[in-house]
Design a protein around this ligand. Structure first.
Ligand SMILES: [Zn+2]
Length: 169
């Protein structure tokens, strides 16, 4: 994925969490939604793609989403956020990343079931084009991926950004 879909999920989460177009919440959840891809640093550290700690490995697992989501909610709760609501949103946003990557048509699948299984998983249907990694995004193929993803996730962007009509009297 070209990250567009992950941002769309994050923006919609921010909208649903706050009930309004709250840009800070949308940006925060978008960063959270993108966070599992920080694992690409593994390429620089010499960690192979197919390693459990490689790209789309442990960082993309549902178990990791659960742990990180609850940890984040605990931190946010200390700052006054409602723990349960934040935990639900943080876990869902983090888990969405691997679930969406498993719907891409290339690379290795996501290790959704790590640490119980290292298997790289794809869905039976993979409608999302895999994005070139790094500078490869600055290419015709990268632009094509961005366009296709934008179309797929347009309903989420709409849900996040739509105006709510003023209350009628
Ligand atoms: Zn990813």
């Amino acid at each position: 994925m070209a990250s567009i879909g992950h941002v769309a999920v994050g923006m919609l989460a921010g909208r649903l969490y706050t009930g309004r177009r709250a840009w800070a919440a949308m940006a925060g959840f978008s960063l959270l939604s993108l966070a599992p891809d920080l694992d690409v640093i593994g390429f620089r550290l010499g960690i192979p793609y197919d390693d459990p700690l490689g790209h789309r490995g442990a960082s993309h697992a549902l178990f990791t989403a659960l742990l990180l989501g609850f940890a984040l909610a605990a931190v946010a709760a200390r700052r006054g956020a409602p723990f349960r609501r934040m935990a639900v949103f943080a876990v869902a946003v983090l888990a969405s990343h691997g679930l969406l990557d498993a719907a891409t048509d290339g690379g290795l699948g996501a290790a959704l079931l790590w640490p119980f299984s290292d298997a790289r998983i794809f869905w039976p249907v993979t409608p999302l084009p895999v994005a070139p990694i790094g500078r490869g995004m600055l290419s015709a193929r990268g632009l094509e991926v961005v366009c296709i993803e934008t179309l797929w996730f347009a309903p989420l962007f709409y849900g996040a950004l739509r105006r709510t009509p003023p209350p009628s009297n």
